[in-house]
Design a protein around this ligand. Structure first.
Ligand SMILES: C[S@@+](CC[C@H](N)C(=O)[O-])C[C@H]1O[C@@H](n2cnc3c(N)ncnc32)[C@H](O)[C@@H]1O
Length: 387
Protein backbone atom coordinates (compact mmCIF):
# COMPACT_ATOMS: atom_id res chain seq x y z
CA UNK A 1 0.00 0.00 0.00
CA UNK A 2 1.20 3.49 -0.80
CA UNK A 3 2.04 5.88 2.01
CA UNK A 4 0.27 9.18 1.66
CA UNK A 5 2.09 12.07 3.27
CA UNK A 6 1.29 15.69 3.78
CA UNK A 7 4.06 17.66 2.09
CA UNK A 8 4.80 21.27 2.97
CA UNK A 9 6.42 23.63 0.48
CA UNK A 10 7.67 26.99 1.84
CA UNK A 11 7.81 29.83 -0.69
CA UNK A 12 8.27 33.61 -0.84
CA UNK A 13 5.67 35.58 1.12
CA UNK A 14 3.12 36.92 -1.33
CA UNK A 15 3.63 34.21 -3.94
CA UNK A 16 1.63 31.35 -2.39
CA UNK A 17 -0.98 31.43 -5.19
CA UNK A 18 1.71 30.82 -7.83
CA UNK A 19 3.09 27.81 -5.97
CA UNK A 20 -0.43 26.48 -5.33
CA UNK A 21 -1.14 26.54 -9.06
CA UNK A 22 2.16 24.81 -9.83
CA UNK A 23 1.35 22.01 -7.36
CA UNK A 24 -2.15 21.60 -8.77
CA UNK A 25 -0.73 21.49 -12.30
CA UNK A 26 1.40 18.53 -11.20
CA UNK A 27 -1.85 16.84 -10.18
CA UNK A 28 -1.64 17.03 -6.37
CA UNK A 29 -4.38 18.03 -3.97
CA UNK A 30 -3.77 21.09 -1.80
CA UNK A 31 -4.36 20.59 1.94
CA UNK A 32 -3.71 24.16 3.11
CA UNK A 33 -2.28 27.52 2.09
CA UNK A 34 -0.74 29.79 4.71
CA UNK A 35 1.56 32.79 4.65
CA UNK A 36 4.80 31.59 3.06
CA UNK A 37 3.84 27.94 2.62
CA UNK A 38 1.56 25.60 0.71
CA UNK A 39 0.78 22.05 1.86
CA UNK A 40 -0.45 19.17 -0.28
CA UNK A 41 -0.97 15.41 -0.28
CA UNK A 42 1.43 13.06 -2.00
CA UNK A 43 3.20 9.72 -1.90
CA UNK A 44 6.95 8.89 -2.14
CA UNK A 45 6.89 9.66 -5.83
CA UNK A 46 5.45 13.11 -5.09
CA UNK A 47 8.48 13.94 -2.94
CA UNK A 48 10.76 13.33 -5.93
CA UNK A 49 8.44 14.99 -8.47
CA UNK A 50 7.92 18.10 -6.31
CA UNK A 51 11.66 18.54 -5.73
CA UNK A 52 12.53 18.12 -9.41
CA UNK A 53 9.63 20.05 -11.01
CA UNK A 54 8.47 22.91 -8.77
CA UNK A 55 9.90 26.29 -9.81
CA UNK A 56 8.67 28.54 -7.00
CA UNK A 57 9.05 26.31 -3.89
CA UNK A 58 12.05 26.81 -1.58
CA UNK A 59 12.06 23.21 -0.31
CA UNK A 60 9.81 20.22 0.28
CA UNK A 61 9.14 19.04 3.82
CA UNK A 62 7.58 15.76 4.81
CA UNK A 63 5.15 16.47 7.62
CA UNK A 64 5.60 14.24 10.66
CA UNK A 65 2.80 15.72 12.76
CA UNK A 66 1.15 18.76 14.37
CA UNK A 67 -0.21 19.58 17.82
CA UNK A 68 -0.82 22.50 20.18
CA UNK A 69 2.06 23.51 22.46
CA UNK A 70 1.92 26.47 24.80
CA UNK A 71 4.59 25.20 27.20
CA UNK A 72 7.88 23.34 26.86
CA UNK A 73 6.27 20.31 28.57
CA UNK A 74 3.52 20.23 25.95
CA UNK A 75 6.13 20.59 23.24
CA UNK A 76 8.17 17.69 24.65
CA UNK A 77 5.17 15.40 25.09
CA UNK A 78 3.70 16.34 21.71
CA UNK A 79 6.96 15.58 19.88
CA UNK A 80 7.44 12.32 21.80
CA UNK A 81 3.94 11.16 20.86
CA UNK A 82 4.69 11.37 17.11
CA UNK A 83 5.72 8.21 15.26
CA UNK A 84 9.29 9.21 14.46
CA UNK A 85 10.29 5.56 13.97
CA UNK A 86 8.24 5.56 10.74
CA UNK A 87 10.68 8.12 9.35
CA UNK A 88 13.99 7.82 11.20
CA UNK A 89 15.95 4.55 11.06
CA UNK A 90 18.03 3.55 14.12
CA UNK A 91 21.23 4.98 12.59
CA UNK A 92 19.67 8.30 11.45
CA UNK A 93 21.63 11.49 12.09
CA UNK A 94 18.95 13.99 13.01
CA UNK A 95 18.81 17.53 14.36
CA UNK A 96 16.45 20.48 14.34
CA UNK A 97 17.87 22.70 11.66
CA UNK A 98 15.33 25.49 12.00
CA UNK A 99 12.62 26.59 14.45
CA UNK A 100 10.29 29.37 13.29
CA UNK A 101 7.77 30.90 15.68
CA UNK A 102 5.04 33.40 14.91
CA UNK A 103 2.53 34.75 17.47
CA UNK A 104 3.27 31.85 19.86
CA UNK A 105 4.01 31.57 23.54
CA UNK A 106 7.15 29.53 22.86
CA UNK A 107 9.55 31.74 20.98
CA UNK A 108 13.15 30.85 21.77
CA UNK A 109 14.40 28.89 18.73
CA UNK A 110 17.42 27.38 20.51
CA UNK A 111 15.32 26.03 23.43
CA UNK A 112 12.70 24.70 21.02
CA UNK A 113 15.42 23.02 18.96
CA UNK A 114 17.01 21.23 21.93
CA UNK A 115 13.67 20.12 23.44
CA UNK A 116 12.46 18.70 20.14
CA UNK A 117 15.70 16.76 19.71
CA UNK A 118 15.53 15.38 23.28
CA UNK A 119 11.91 14.31 22.85
CA UNK A 120 12.69 12.46 19.60
CA UNK A 121 15.64 10.70 21.28
CA UNK A 122 13.35 9.62 24.16
CA UNK A 123 10.78 8.29 21.70
CA UNK A 124 13.32 6.35 19.66
CA UNK A 125 15.04 4.91 22.76
CA UNK A 126 11.84 3.11 23.75
CA UNK A 127 11.01 2.00 20.21
CA UNK A 128 14.51 0.80 19.25
CA UNK A 129 15.28 -0.40 22.83
CA UNK A 130 18.67 1.26 22.99
CA UNK A 131 20.02 3.94 25.29
CA UNK A 132 22.40 5.58 22.82
CA UNK A 133 22.40 6.35 19.10
CA UNK A 134 25.53 6.35 16.95
CA UNK A 135 23.85 8.67 14.39
CA UNK A 136 26.21 7.52 11.66
CA UNK A 137 23.55 6.99 8.97
CA UNK A 138 21.82 9.37 6.57
CA UNK A 139 20.97 12.99 7.51
CA UNK A 140 17.40 13.83 8.50
CA UNK A 141 17.17 17.59 9.24
CA UNK A 142 13.98 18.56 11.05
CA UNK A 143 12.10 21.86 10.84
CA UNK A 144 9.46 23.11 13.25
CA UNK A 145 7.01 25.98 12.75
CA UNK A 146 5.04 27.35 15.68
CA UNK A 147 2.16 29.47 14.48
CA UNK A 148 -0.30 30.72 17.13
CA UNK A 149 0.88 27.89 19.43
CA UNK A 150 0.23 25.22 16.81
CA UNK A 151 3.43 23.23 16.25
CA UNK A 152 4.05 21.62 12.85
CA UNK A 153 7.06 19.32 12.43
CA UNK A 154 8.54 18.15 9.18
CA UNK A 155 11.65 16.52 7.71
CA UNK A 156 13.50 18.48 5.08
CA UNK A 157 13.71 16.33 1.93
CA UNK A 158 15.53 18.96 -0.14
CA UNK A 159 18.81 19.85 1.60
CA UNK A 160 20.38 22.75 -0.20
CA UNK A 161 17.50 25.13 -1.02
CA UNK A 162 15.65 24.66 -4.32
CA UNK A 163 16.71 28.10 -5.52
CA UNK A 164 20.12 26.52 -6.02
CA UNK A 165 19.42 25.08 -9.44
CA UNK A 166 23.10 24.49 -10.05
CA UNK A 167 23.57 26.98 -12.91
CA UNK A 168 24.36 30.22 -11.10
CA UNK A 169 28.05 29.95 -10.27
CA UNK A 170 28.72 33.61 -11.10
CA UNK A 171 26.56 36.26 -9.54
CA UNK A 172 26.28 39.96 -10.11
CA UNK A 173 25.46 42.45 -7.36
CA UNK A 174 22.15 41.84 -5.62
CA UNK A 175 21.01 38.86 -7.68
CA UNK A 176 17.36 37.87 -7.38
CA UNK A 177 16.73 34.36 -6.15
CA UNK A 178 15.95 31.82 -8.85
CA UNK A 179 12.71 30.71 -7.14
CA UNK A 180 11.51 34.31 -6.81
CA UNK A 181 12.38 35.09 -10.45
CA UNK A 182 10.51 31.98 -11.61
CA UNK A 183 7.47 32.81 -9.46
CA UNK A 184 7.33 36.37 -10.81
CA UNK A 185 7.49 35.18 -14.42
CA UNK A 186 4.69 32.71 -13.64
CA UNK A 187 2.65 35.59 -12.22
CA UNK A 188 2.67 37.31 -15.62
CA UNK A 189 0.86 36.09 -18.75
CA UNK A 190 4.25 35.57 -20.51
CA UNK A 191 4.57 32.25 -22.36
CA UNK A 192 7.59 30.74 -24.08
CA UNK A 193 6.52 31.86 -27.56
CA UNK A 194 6.37 35.54 -26.55
CA UNK A 195 9.20 38.11 -26.43
CA UNK A 196 10.89 38.70 -23.08
CA UNK A 197 13.54 41.33 -22.32
CA UNK A 198 15.32 41.95 -19.03
CA UNK A 199 17.18 45.28 -19.43
CA UNK A 200 18.91 44.90 -16.02
CA UNK A 201 19.68 41.19 -16.31
CA UNK A 202 22.69 41.00 -13.95
CA UNK A 203 23.65 37.34 -13.63
CA UNK A 204 20.84 36.43 -16.04
CA UNK A 205 18.32 34.95 -13.61
CA UNK A 206 15.09 36.15 -15.32
CA UNK A 207 16.17 35.23 -18.87
CA UNK A 208 17.52 31.85 -17.72
CA UNK A 209 14.40 30.95 -15.71
CA UNK A 210 12.25 32.03 -18.67
CA UNK A 211 14.31 29.95 -21.10
CA UNK A 212 13.97 26.90 -18.82
CA UNK A 213 10.19 27.41 -18.88
CA UNK A 214 10.13 27.84 -22.66
CA UNK A 215 12.09 24.58 -23.00
CA UNK A 216 9.74 22.92 -20.49
CA UNK A 217 12.87 21.99 -18.54
CA UNK A 218 12.35 21.10 -14.87
CA UNK A 219 14.52 23.30 -12.63
CA UNK A 220 15.77 20.41 -10.49
CA UNK A 221 16.78 18.12 -13.34
CA UNK A 222 20.51 18.63 -12.82
CA UNK A 223 20.91 18.59 -9.05
CA UNK A 224 20.61 16.20 -6.15
CA UNK A 225 18.34 16.25 -3.10
CA UNK A 226 18.95 15.22 0.46
CA UNK A 227 16.16 12.63 0.61
CA UNK A 228 17.85 10.60 -2.13
CA UNK A 229 19.75 9.00 0.77
CA UNK A 230 16.49 8.05 2.56
CA UNK A 231 16.19 4.61 1.04
CA UNK A 232 14.02 3.54 4.01
CA UNK A 233 11.31 5.96 2.81
CA UNK A 234 11.77 6.65 -0.90
CA UNK A 235 13.00 3.97 -3.32
CA UNK A 236 15.89 5.18 -5.48
CA UNK A 237 13.87 4.50 -8.60
CA UNK A 238 11.38 7.25 -7.74
CA UNK A 239 14.18 9.78 -8.15
CA UNK A 240 15.57 8.33 -11.37
CA UNK A 241 12.03 8.09 -12.80
CA UNK A 242 11.36 11.76 -11.94
CA UNK A 243 14.58 12.89 -13.63
CA UNK A 244 13.92 10.68 -16.65
CA UNK A 245 10.44 12.14 -16.99
CA UNK A 246 11.93 15.64 -16.77
CA UNK A 247 14.46 14.79 -19.52
CA UNK A 248 11.71 13.39 -21.75
CA UNK A 249 9.57 16.50 -21.34
CA UNK A 250 12.34 19.02 -21.98
CA UNK A 251 12.75 20.34 -25.51
CA UNK A 252 15.83 22.53 -25.87
CA UNK A 253 15.22 22.96 -29.60
CA UNK A 254 12.30 25.38 -29.05
CA UNK A 255 12.33 28.81 -30.68
CA UNK A 256 12.49 31.67 -28.23
CA UNK A 257 12.85 35.44 -28.26
CA UNK A 258 14.51 36.14 -24.91
CA UNK A 259 17.04 38.91 -24.33
CA UNK A 260 19.15 40.00 -21.37
CA UNK A 261 20.87 43.39 -21.30
CA UNK A 262 23.04 45.07 -18.69
CA UNK A 263 25.28 48.12 -18.66
CA UNK A 264 28.18 46.11 -17.24
CA UNK A 265 30.15 43.95 -19.70
CA UNK A 266 31.58 41.65 -16.99
CA UNK A 267 28.11 41.00 -15.71
CA UNK A 268 26.97 40.06 -19.23
CA UNK A 269 29.85 37.59 -19.51
CA UNK A 270 28.76 35.97 -16.20
CA UNK A 271 25.16 35.79 -17.39
CA UNK A 272 26.29 34.02 -20.58
CA UNK A 273 28.31 31.53 -18.57
CA UNK A 274 25.38 30.86 -16.22
CA UNK A 275 23.07 30.32 -19.20
CA UNK A 276 25.59 27.88 -20.65
CA UNK A 277 25.64 25.94 -17.37
CA UNK A 278 21.84 25.85 -17.43
CA UNK A 279 21.95 24.50 -21.01
CA UNK A 280 19.95 27.46 -22.39
CA UNK A 281 22.64 29.80 -23.76
CA UNK A 282 21.38 29.16 -27.31
CA UNK A 283 17.89 30.36 -26.26
CA UNK A 284 18.95 33.79 -24.93
CA UNK A 285 20.60 36.76 -26.56
CA UNK A 286 22.74 38.65 -24.03
CA UNK A 287 24.22 42.02 -24.87
CA UNK A 288 25.84 44.94 -23.10
CA UNK A 289 23.44 47.84 -23.36
CA UNK A 290 22.27 50.65 -21.04
CA UNK A 291 18.55 51.00 -20.43
CA UNK A 292 18.63 54.43 -22.14
CA UNK A 293 19.18 52.51 -25.41
CA UNK A 294 16.42 50.00 -24.85
CA UNK A 295 14.13 49.63 -27.84
CA UNK A 296 12.72 46.76 -29.85
CA UNK A 297 11.42 46.44 -33.39
CA UNK A 298 8.64 44.01 -32.49
CA UNK A 299 5.38 44.66 -30.70
CA UNK A 300 3.61 43.03 -27.74
CA UNK A 301 6.70 41.92 -25.85
CA UNK A 302 7.31 41.67 -22.13
CA UNK A 303 9.87 43.37 -19.92
CA UNK A 304 10.39 41.54 -16.61
CA UNK A 305 13.15 43.12 -14.59
CA UNK A 306 14.80 43.96 -11.30
CA UNK A 307 16.55 47.35 -11.64
CA UNK A 308 18.95 48.72 -9.01
CA UNK A 309 16.97 49.96 -6.02
CA UNK A 310 19.69 51.71 -4.05
CA UNK A 311 21.26 48.78 -2.21
CA UNK A 312 24.27 51.02 -1.75
CA UNK A 313 23.97 54.61 -0.52
CA UNK A 314 25.96 56.12 -3.40
CA UNK A 315 23.56 54.48 -5.84
CA UNK A 316 20.48 56.17 -4.38
CA UNK A 317 21.21 59.61 -5.81
CA UNK A 318 21.19 58.17 -9.35
CA UNK A 319 17.85 56.43 -8.94
CA UNK A 320 15.57 59.32 -10.10
CA UNK A 321 17.51 59.63 -13.37
CA UNK A 322 17.66 55.85 -13.86
CA UNK A 323 13.93 55.37 -13.27
CA UNK A 324 13.20 58.27 -15.63
CA UNK A 325 15.20 56.42 -18.29
CA UNK A 326 13.15 53.30 -17.54
CA UNK A 327 9.95 55.32 -18.03
CA UNK A 328 11.21 56.71 -21.36
CA UNK A 329 12.14 53.20 -22.54
CA UNK A 330 8.69 51.90 -21.57
CA UNK A 331 7.07 54.77 -23.48
CA UNK A 332 8.96 53.68 -26.63
CA UNK A 333 7.66 50.12 -26.16
CA UNK A 334 4.06 51.27 -26.15
CA UNK A 335 2.41 47.94 -26.99
CA UNK A 336 4.48 46.03 -24.43
CA UNK A 337 3.71 44.83 -20.90
CA UNK A 338 6.29 45.71 -18.26
CA UNK A 339 6.90 44.14 -14.86
CA UNK A 340 9.34 45.67 -12.40
CA UNK A 341 10.35 44.34 -8.97
CA UNK A 342 12.04 46.95 -6.84
CA UNK A 343 12.33 48.22 -3.29
CA UNK A 344 12.61 51.83 -4.55
CA UNK A 345 9.56 53.62 -3.18
CA UNK A 346 9.64 56.38 -5.83
CA UNK A 347 9.65 53.94 -8.75
CA UNK A 348 6.21 54.81 -10.16
CA UNK A 349 6.79 58.53 -9.71
CA UNK A 350 9.98 58.60 -11.78
CA UNK A 351 8.82 56.00 -14.32
CA UNK A 352 6.03 58.52 -14.80
CA UNK A 353 3.15 56.11 -14.81
CA UNK A 354 1.00 54.45 -12.22
CA UNK A 355 1.16 50.68 -12.36
CA UNK A 356 -2.05 48.84 -13.28
CA UNK A 357 -1.38 46.49 -10.39
CA UNK A 358 1.25 46.11 -7.76
CA UNK A 359 1.95 43.38 -5.29
CA UNK A 360 3.94 43.45 -2.07
CA UNK A 361 6.60 40.74 -2.02
CA UNK A 362 9.24 40.01 0.55
CA UNK A 363 12.64 39.34 -0.97
CA UNK A 364 14.29 37.95 2.16
CA UNK A 365 13.87 40.76 4.69
CA UNK A 366 13.50 43.47 2.04
CA UNK A 367 9.98 44.65 1.27
CA UNK A 368 9.66 45.07 -2.46
CA UNK A 369 6.85 45.78 -4.89
CA UNK A 370 6.16 44.05 -8.17
CA UNK A 371 4.76 46.80 -10.40
CA UNK A 372 2.71 45.58 -13.33
CA UNK A 373 2.20 47.85 -16.33
CA UNK A 374 -0.04 45.92 -18.64
CA UNK A 375 -0.03 46.52 -22.37
CA UNK A 376 -2.71 45.57 -24.89
CA UNK A 377 -3.24 41.96 -25.84
CA UNK A 378 -1.87 41.08 -29.27
CA UNK A 379 -4.56 40.71 -31.94
CA UNK A 380 -5.63 37.13 -32.58
CA UNK A 381 -3.56 35.47 -35.29
CA UNK A 382 -5.22 35.38 -38.68
CA UNK A 383 -7.00 38.74 -38.38
CA UNK A 384 -4.39 40.30 -40.60
CA UNK A 385 -3.86 43.17 -38.18
CA UNK A 386 -0.83 41.78 -36.35
CA UNK A 387 2.46 43.51 -36.95
C1 LIG B 1 19.62 44.41 -8.97
S1 LIG B 1 20.76 44.03 -10.23
C2 LIG B 1 19.90 42.82 -11.20
C3 LIG B 1 20.15 41.44 -10.68
C4 LIG B 1 19.64 40.35 -11.58
N1 LIG B 1 18.18 40.26 -11.58
C5 LIG B 1 20.27 39.02 -11.17
O1 LIG B 1 19.51 38.10 -10.81
O2 LIG B 1 21.49 38.92 -11.15
C6 LIG B 1 20.73 45.45 -11.26
C7 LIG B 1 21.61 45.40 -12.49
O3 LIG B 1 21.41 46.59 -13.23
C8 LIG B 1 22.60 46.94 -13.92
N2 LIG B 1 22.52 48.36 -14.30
C9 LIG B 1 22.73 49.47 -13.52
N3 LIG B 1 22.49 50.59 -14.23
C10 LIG B 1 22.11 50.21 -15.47
C11 LIG B 1 21.69 50.91 -16.66
N4 LIG B 1 21.65 52.25 -16.70
N5 LIG B 1 21.35 50.18 -17.75
C12 LIG B 1 21.39 48.83 -17.72
N6 LIG B 1 21.78 48.11 -16.64
C13 LIG B 1 22.13 48.80 -15.53
C14 LIG B 1 23.69 46.60 -12.93
O4 LIG B 1 24.93 46.35 -13.60
C15 LIG B 1 23.11 45.33 -12.24
O5 LIG B 1 23.62 44.15 -12.83
Amino acid sequence: MKNIYELIAPCHFGLEAVLKREIQDLGYEISSVEDGRVAFWGDEEAVAIANVFLRSAERILLKVGAFRAETFDELFEGVKALEWEKFLPADARFWVTKATTVKSRLFSPSDIQSIVKKAIVERLKTVYRVSWFAEDGADYPIRIFLMKDEAVLGLDTTGESLHKRGYRRLTAKAPISETLAAALILLTPWKGDRILVDPFCGSGTFPIEAALMAANAAPGMNRSFLAQTWTNLIPEKKWSDAVEEARDLADFSVETDIQGYDIDGDVIRSARENARLAGVDHLIHFQRRPVSELSHAKKYGFVITNPPYGERIEEREHLPELYREIGQAFARLDSWSEYVITAYDQAEYYIGRKADKNRKIYNGMIRTYFYQFQGPRPPKRGTGSEH
